[in-house]
Design a protein around this ligand. Structure first.
Ligand SMILES: C[S@@+](CC[C@H](N)C(=O)[O-])C[C@H]1O[C@@H](n2cnc3c(N)ncnc32)[C@H](O)[C@@H]1O
Length: 316
């Protein structure tokens, strides 16, 4: 009996559910690592459900678990797999469960596209049409914080006459990295290297698609740990619009990565709604933080200094 579990996190799993030939599917590599830490389970992280002769697909969903659009998108993929049996583990009201199932059962063969396209530009730059998918951060629209970050960084780099190496961490569909790269390319100083990193497989898929569409050479990496082996002190610029839902724990991973990835004199730019919260975190990794307000957000700018000593430890 081959079973595929979709939408389950480490805390949702029970030993009994993992008996037999069971594969867990997740969209975010963080959840894969969290499952593998606790369970001996086969786990895969891909933007779409894996093909296979599944006897059973169990799909955990509900309004508190994922957006309605992602739920319908994944349910559509579950039906397309044509497994022996489908079980919906719905967390929420019966009415919402029925309405979700109705959308599929009324026309199970219909394949809806949930891809969205939306424009974004920075002053003096070209308008780019970004693609995104359900599950991507800010699907269907741009994030004002990300745009504020791209606007400040392009303004700051506008005088640079040399090609720069740029790292965009938590890239989502690539809003910040591609706006900056497109602006610099139009000025005849395209980045010497552009690397985008995200932990979500659908963000990586969208960013790869956008890189091709905009003809911007870029490497897009799926990672939740800042890929230490790749962050080798060779970058001139780091940009990051981290999520803030984990009491700055993820922002800390971003800033630690920035510190490691930047060369001496390299510049780290982060963005947040409330500078008072992020500033002390950024100061653990960089000696000075300049706060630049934009669009109701704060862009925090720091320069890497090799000699920086904090808490008795030399910055790495
Ligand atoms: C606030 S969104 C910013 C997206 C994009 N840069 C923008 O400005 O629109 C944060 C992004 O960080 C990603 N993320 C969360 N934790 C991460 C981690 N540990 N490593 C890499 N990316 C992460 C999320 O998947 C999400 O795409």
């Amino acid at each position: 009996m081959k079973t595929l579990l979709v939408g389950y996190k480490a805390a949702d799993l029970k030993a009994k559910m993992l008996e037999g030939d069971v594969t867990c599917h997740v969209l975010d590599i963080y959840h894969r690592h969290a499952i593998e830490k606790v369970w001996h389970a086969k786990c895969i992280c891909t933007p779409h459900l894996p093909a296979g002769d599944w006897d059973l697909v169990k799909f955990r969903t509900g309004p508190k678990i994922m957006s309605g659009e992602l739920s319908l998108d994944l349910l559509q993929e579950v039906y397309a797999l044509k497994p022996g049996k489908i079980e919906l583990d719905f967390v929420g009201k019966e009415r919402d469960r029925n309405s979700l199932l109705e959308k599929i059962k009324s026309d199970p063969e219909r394949v809806r596209s949930f891809r969205a396209q939306w424009p974004a530009s920075v002053p003096g730059g070209e308008k780019l049409m970004f693609s995104s998918y359900p599950g991507c951060f800010c699907h269907r629209r741009l994030d004002e914080g990300g745009l504020a970050l791209a606007e400040i960084v392009t303004r700051e780099l506008s005088a640079s006459a040399v090609p720069l190496s740029i790292l965009d961490m938590g890239c989502g569909s690539g809003l910040v990295g591609f706006l900056i790269a497109s602006y610099l390319t139009a000025k005849n100083t395209p980045p010497s290297k552009l690397v985008l990193v995200d932990s979500h497989s659908r963000a990586v898929e969208a960013a790869q698609e956008n890189a091709e569409k905009f003809s911007i050479p870029a490497e897009v990496i799926l990672s939740d740990n800042g890929t230490p082996q790749r962050m080798d002190g060779s970058f001139d610029v780091f940009v990051g619009n981290p999520p803030y839902y984990s009491d700055y724990r993820i922002a800390e991973v971003f800033l630690e990565t920035a510190r490691r990835a930047l060369k001496e004199g390299g510049v780290c730019y982060s963005v947040c709604k409330n500078a008072a919260g992020l500033e002390p975190v950024q100061k653990r990794y960089f000696p000075e933080v300049e706060i630049i307000p934009r669009r109701g957000y704060a862009v925090l700018k720091s320069v890497k200094r090799q000699s920086f000593i904090q808490d008795g430890k030399k910055g790495c």
